[in-house]
Design a protein around this ligand. Structure first.
Ligand code: GLV
Ligand code: MN
Ligand code: MN
Length: 407
């Protein structure tokens, strides 16, 4: 298992070099380096005797069918897109671990077919809306999404066609009734496991997310000649809003709120900013608290805009409810953690994952692997090989339990 863990980690590092940028890892949905990732993963899938395909939203899928097995299968996977200047393990580790688990399933002579899915999009970076890959597999892809535009003005539909795929075939990506469960391994992306000296945890639930964009429009003016009282500074308005957002989140237990993206026009040192667009991300484990916070923040933005004589436009990108993992599968996973000789830890996830979309369609379970330093969405993101080895042992025990259920 040690060698398999080392291979799962080194494959992540190799994949991290497949990037849109030369000196850092950035791999947005269906950009050119995704072809290289597909080629590498396809090789591994074919070496495992899997039938490999790419569905119409660009998910790479490998299916291993044991001799004599029926159609009922288990799905293992995670995503292969990244945030800008990413680490090597967010998402990708779940795919390389899935491939190792598929091999372990073969060694166990597992009775169920195993499908490994490398989801094409989870982060929401290119089109502002996340989970494009898993939405299609879960049968929850809204065709209206095809009109979304990226920063260069290309639509989602254009991106799919440019990758050689046919948007009309997206419904074919959806699962039927034949799936027994979905299992995802993911780095924790936070400090909890490390602080408790633990290697892995079973995830109980995933926090909900609201994402919306705001545009403050004022007037671009000369920075030297326009008196302060006559300005309509869009950035000063956005800044006031961002501070109000931070204050609300700090004062609401469990709420996190972030403005992680800002576009400024005309973006010149001697011009009063005329237009500012910001991306807002609001999360809480309890949906009513998150929704109330998102609504209050929009009202706050409106009142700041009115007071400053700015025009405000808002667009909602996501209202993803919190999701519980499947109880039965999580019980198997808990048993598996103990059977692997590890102490049992159950915890919620603050980050979003493909499992939260898959859970709407199939029973889903998730395993977290300790994140050194709690660091993620940063190039210093890492993982310990011994923790990946522990995750593989747990995954094997989990698959054993699924096998026992069907045989
Ligand atoms: C995915 O990384 C998220 O934004 O939680
Ligand atoms: Mn992820
Ligand atoms: Mn991520």
């Amino acid at each position: 298992m040690k060698e398999q863990a080392a291979r799962a980690v080194s494959e992540c590092r190799r994949i991290a070099r497949m990037s849109e940028e030369t000196d850092r890892t950035t791999r947005r949905y269906l950009t050119p380096p995704v072809r290289d990732v597909h080629a590498l993963l396809r090789n591994s899938m074919e070496a495992l005797g899997m039938a490999v395909s790419v569905d119409a939203v660009g998910n790479l899928r490998g299916l291993w069918q044991p001799p004599g097995a029926g159609a009922r299968r288990v799905i293992l996977g995670s995503h292969i897109d990244t945030v800008p200047d990413a680490g090597a393990f967010d998402g990708v580790l779940g795919v390389t671990v899935a491939l190792e688990l598929a091999e372990l399933a073969q060694q166990l002579e597992h009775p169920l077919p195993v499908e490994v899915i490398a989801f094409s999009e989870e982060e929401g970076v290119r089109f502002g809306v996340p989970f494009i890959g898993s939405r299609a597999v879960a049968g929850r892809f809204d065709p209206a999404l095809l009109a979304l535009k990226d920063a260069d003005g290309a639509t989602l539909e254009d991106a799919i066609r440019a990758f050689g795929l046919d948007p009309a075939r997206i419904p074919e990506a959806a699962l039927g009734a034949e799936v027994l469960g979905y299992f995802e391994t993911h780095i924790e992306q936070g400090p909890v496991l490390e602080s408790e000296g633990l290697q892995v945890a079973a995830v109980t639930s995933i926090a909900g997310q609201s994402r919306f964009s705001l545009q403050f429009v004022g007037h671009a003016d000369h920075a030297g000649t326009t008196p302060m009282r006559l300005r309509r500074d869009a950035l000063a308005g956005a800044a006031e809003f961002i501070t109000a957002m931070e204050t609300r989140a700090k004062n609401t237990e469990g709420l996190v709120a972030t403005v992680g993206r800002l576009q400024l026009e005309p973006n010149a040192g001697n011009v009063v900013p005329g237009t500012v667009r910001i991306a807002c991300d609001v999360r809480h484990a309890e949906d009513p608290i998150r929704r109330e916070a998102a609504a209050a923040l929009l009202a706050e933005a409106q009142s700041i805009a009115i007071r400053r004589n700015l025009k405000l436009e808002s667009a909602r990108q996501l209202d993803q409810p919190a999701v519980s993992m499947d109880e039965r599968l999580t019980a198997y996973l808990s048993e598996a953690i103990q059977a692997a000789g590890l102490s049992l830890k159950l915890m919620p996830s603050g980050a979003g994952h493909d499992a939260m979309v898959m859970a709407a369609r199939v029973p889903a379970a998730m395993l977290f692997v300790r994140s050194p330093g709690g660091i993620s969405h940063h190039p210093d993101e890492s993982v310990l090989e011994e923790d990946v080895e522990a995750a593989l042992k747990v995954g094997r025990e989990f698959l054993r339990r699924l096998a026992a259920e069907v045989s």
